[in-house]
Design a protein around this ligand. Structure first.
Ligand code: THU
Length: 140
């Protein structure tokens, strides 16, 4: 897949972050790189597992939390996710839900491995209906 220059750069950032993955339990190392609208920086993330498995955070959420901590909230422009798989690794449903708080529906998500980029999909394709209507369901 021919990538725009800036996506190529983000891909390298995701691969570098993947090297920091702490994944002794699953042995499934993931790296992410996320760019937000109006922010030059591309935020890296990796999965950080915990022996209490529920304490694990995915690469994508680690990148989002890092951005919000450093610069406040924003809207995702694009994301890159890499894993050591031959088929694309999409963000898990929990990560997609977290993305939904900080994005427009049509931002691209690129999925690849060390050798190549495998697939590009939009956020909307991966999560067509996210949970967004908390107010409507509130009781008096
Ligand atoms: N994981 C991610 O970091 N991102 C994904 O998109 C899929 C799953 C992590 C969580 C866990 O550490 C390991 O991969 C296996 O599920």
């Amino acid at each position: 897949m021919k990538l725009p220059g800036e996506i190529e750069e983000a891909y390298k950032i995701a691969l570098k972050a993947q090297e920091n993955s702490h994944s002794p339990y699953s042995r499934f190392a993931v790296g992410a790189a996320i760019k937000f609208v109006g922010d030059e920086k591309v935020y890296p993330g990796c999965n950080v597992e915990n022996i209490s498995f529920g304490g694990t955070i995915c690469a994508e959420r680690s990148a989002i939390v890092s951005k919000v901590s450093q610069k406040g909230k924003g809207s995702v422009e694009y994301a890159v996710v890499v894993a050591n798989t031959q088929t694309p690794t999409p963000p898990c449903a929990l990560c997609l839900q977290v993305f939904s708080e900080f994005c427009d529906q049509d931002f691209p998500i690129y999925m690849g491995n060390k050798e190549k980029m495998l697939k590009k999909m939009t956020f909307r394709e991966l999560l067509p209906f996210s949970f967004t209507n908390l107010e409507e369901g509130q009781s008096e």
